[in-house]
Ligand binder design. Structure first.
Ligand code: PEP
Ligand code: MG
Length: 752
């Protein structure tokens, strides 16, 4: 039966129309199982009934009409119990309900399986036979398998179907990615068109093709100018260089002339771009000079920009007149960089979860975000949306009263932010006199969070991946050094902790693809850089060179799981320091040997803390990954987002163990995962004894405000009370009340 099953599943999932898919399924299932009838009943919430949605065997006229109220009949019983029912003679079952319009009389045996998606019963799949007999085990599992496949198809179709009506308004549920509320129009980002996706073809109006090309040429030139300007303003000079190369190519008369020649030969503008770019890429790729070889990637990217514009001629993020809600299948750092900050109100992403780097970036920028909305985004285009980043809800075309309410919440939030801003220049000290260090997490966004934040006591985590991801090759030592120097000079006299490259997992380099079944368990962070000492050494040297005369650098290693990784990294740091010191010479000033620390984020380190302590100068707890690895819950996967919990009792115990060990071995310890910037999280950590927290820019002020409103002696008692609750919700509730009592309940949900 496996062959038949596979065939049915393939046909059903390939079908673009739900009714067609269901008719196909009942017909094929009836044939494959050699039964007399197969039907699908779908749950209708509004009518509180199961509706006959497809059948092969019952009266076709009943499709779309015959209904069984929820909880009635055997179909209702299956939906209620959410389990399979196998009856030799259904008509004798006490729950049997006769559906006259469906002409069910002839059927005796009955096998029904619930159709369940994400714990919700969507319907029931039934097969029936005239003969009195119990269905076999193999038939049961066949039906259960089909029902589970059908569930996904129905769930998707329902979501899309809802949006198909232009007047539909309502709510889509996702995950809370970044707190806050935003109202605006949807702007759906379409992925860039690839050169090889376009089929070269001839057009008939040469003049019109020239005109199209001229138009997009100007658009792309403007786009690159604005991007370069934005990066210049943020002094990200190595990023500016990329745009300048593009501008140079676009002004190259030979390149442009070749495209015009192709248009003259009758090719459409898009085909001409494709043909010329592909030829140039082929030529550049074979060159022996590495600089020229790299130009292939520039031409490809530029060609794709031109093509994307040609295909979606009238769009352009940089010509956005109004602020937008960015809606995309997947949000990347580069995508966010393309949209001016003042034009970006909110983010909706199909992929990613609460602790994916896209969500962290949204939080760092203070942009409300909802993740994991798996819907047909085309249909959201231009519609008014409310992004509720507290609840993870997306409201589509809300009615006037709802809009009014959310506008009021936004105004209240602005008032709260004003309140938090009053502590900008105050010390972060609790009401019982305990001083706390509040540090900045920076580096995820290219242009927003590097600038000096005078409310912060330094940088607790500088993620170095972005300059590596924004390019088409590894950045040189000089390029890296000037980038790091910019960060270190922004924080003269304050500590800056730079983390060595942490690519792998959900952070991929376009020019160094890693294909793995389990990327988060694979070649990531220190594992990759130790396998490539040439990359690691260049980065270490760039950091050391950048720190000359500033003496505020410390270096941190990501994804450490065993002590040998630390020992080897230390040897490489020694070597980098010796070499850089020898090269710079005495008269330029000595380069201070930086302190070296590790991220505690792989659970194996929890059991090696005594041995780890003498090898490093400090620890920093990465609660994002520690939670993911301790609970075996992918931080990016929306399906398991409800069990990703940084305040799970196991994570809390691990955190307690780390702070206890830090005290025992006199090791400075900080928290740099998202938990540190969470209003409840920081209270829990204060109660445990943590005193150094690193968080994104937009959280510093509100966390400082919370710290200044709290007393550690009170928090210790609250913690003891909270620990008496086994359930994480109740645990958090106890701390939530502490915030409410101080007028800070609005940090947990919209409004005051
Ligand atoms: C962490 O894992 O908690 C962390 C701070 O690092 P990242 O989010 O970059 O993986
Ligand atoms: Mg991490």
């Amino acid at each position: 039966m496996l062959k038949e099953l596979r065939e049915i599943v393939q046909r059903v999932t390939a079908s673009s129309d739900l009714n067609e898919a269901m008719s196909e399924l009942v017909k094929k299932t009836r044939e494959a199982m050699h039964v007399d009838c197969c039907s699908i009943y779908l749950r209708q919430d509004l009518e509180q009934a199961y509706l006959l949605a497809a059948t092969d065997g019952l009266a076709v006229e009943a499709v779309g009409h015959a209904k069984i109220p929820l909880g009635e009949g055997i179909v209702g019983l299956i939906g209620e119990k959410e389990e399979l029912i196998n009856l030799a003679d259904a008509q004798h079952h006490p729950k049997f309900k006769y559906l006259p319009e469906a002409h069910e009389d002839a059927f005796k045996s009955f096998l029904g399986a619930p159709i369940i998606h994400q714990r919700k019963a969507l319907g029931v799949l039934v097969v029936q036979q005239k003969q009195v007999r119990l269905f076999e085990e193999g038939e049961e599992s066949f039906l259960v398998t089909l029902a589970s496949q059908l569930a996904t198809v129905i769930a998707h179709a329902e979501a899309k179907g809802n949006l198909k009506s232009p007047n539909w308004h309502g709510m889509l549920r996702g995950l809370a990615g970044s707190p806050g509320v935003a109202i605006g129009r949807a702007w759906v980002w379409r992925p860039r068109v690839e050169l090889n996706q376009v089929k070269a073809r001839k057009g008939d109006d040469v003049a019109a093709q020239h005109e199209r090309f001229d138009k997009v040429l100007i658009q792309v030139e403007d786009e690159l100018d604005s991007m370069a300007l934005r990066f210049k303003e943020s002094q990200a000079s190595e990023s500016v260089a990329v745009f300048e190369v593009y501008q140079y190519i676009l002004k190259d008369p030979v390149f442009i002339g070749l495209i015009r020649e192709e248009i003259e030969r009758g090719w459409t503008a898009g085909s001409a771009v494709k043909r010329v770019c592909e030829k140039q890429i082929a030529q550049f790729s074979t060159m022996s000079d590495p600089y020229l070889r790299e130009r292939a990637a520039d031409v490809r990217d530029l060609g794709q920009r031109l093509l994307t514009r040609l295909i979606h001629e009238d769009e352009g993020p940089l010509t956005l007149a109004e602020p937008i809600i960015l809606v995309a299948d997947e949000i990347s750092a580069t995508l966010i960089a393309e949209i001016p900050r003042d034009k970006l109100r909110g983010i909706v992403s199909a992929k990613g979860s609460i602790n994916s780097h896209a969500a962290i970036l949204a939080r760092a920028m203070g942009i409300p975000a909802v993740m994991g909305i798996d819907h047909s985004f085309e249909l959201l285009e231009e519609r008014t949306l409310i992004v509720d980043g507290y609840s993870g809800e997306l409201l589509v075309e809300p009615v006037a009263s709802v809009l009014r309410e959310y506008r009021r919440l936004i105004a209240e939030e602005a008032q709260m932010d004003e309140l938090f801003a009053t502590v900008r220049n105050e010390r972060s000290v609790t009401r019982d006199g305990v001083t706390v260090s509040l540090l900045l997490n920076a580096g995820l966004s290219a242009d927003t969070d590097i600038a000096m934040n005078d409310a912060a006591d330094g940088v607790g985590l500088f993620r170095t991946e972005i300059p590596f991801m924004m390019r088409d090759r590894f950045p040189s030592e000089q390029e890296q050094a000037s980038n790091y120097r910019r960060v270190l000079t922004s924080y003269v006299g304050k500590p800056v902790c730079m983390r060595t490259l942490d690519v792998g997992g959900d952070k991929q380099l376009p020019y160094f693809p890693i294909v793995e079944e389990n990327p988060f368990l694979g070649w990531r962070g220190i594992r990759l850089t130790l396998d490539h000492p040439e990359i690691f050494l260049v980065q270490l040297k760039a950091m050391l060179r950048a720190s000359q005369g500033l003496d505020n650098l410390s270096i941190m290693l990501p994804m450490v799981g065993n002590l040998d990784e630390v020992r080897v990294a230390r040897r490489l740091l020694d070597r980098a320091w010796r070499e850089v010191s020898a090269e710079t010479g005495e008269q330029q000033g000595v380069i201070r040997y930086p302190s070296l620390g590790v991220m505690i984020e792989v659970p194996s380190l929890l059991y090696q803390l005594p041995e780890l302590a003498p090898l490093v100068d400090f620890w920093s707890v990465g609660t994002n990954d520690l939670t993911q690895y301790l609970l075996a819950v992918d931080r990016n996967n929306g399906r398991v987002a409800d069990i990703y919990d940084a305040m799970h009792p196991a994570v809390l115990r691990a955190l307690q163990q780390i702070i206890d060990a830090a005290r025992r071995y006199a090791k400075p310890v900080s928290i740099c995962g998202e938990l540190a910037g969470d209003p409840v999280g920081v209270l829990v950590l204060l109660a445990m004894g943590y005193r150094r927290f690193s968080m994104n820019n937009s959280n510093i002020m509100r966390i400082k405000y919370i710290v200044r409103q709290s007393r550690t002696d009170e928090l210790k008692k609250v913690f003891q009370e909270a620990l008496s609750h086994q359930h994480s919700g109740a645990f958090k509730g106890v701390f939530g009340r502490y915030l409410e009592e101080r007028g800070l309940g609005g940090l947990l949900r919209p409004g005051r």
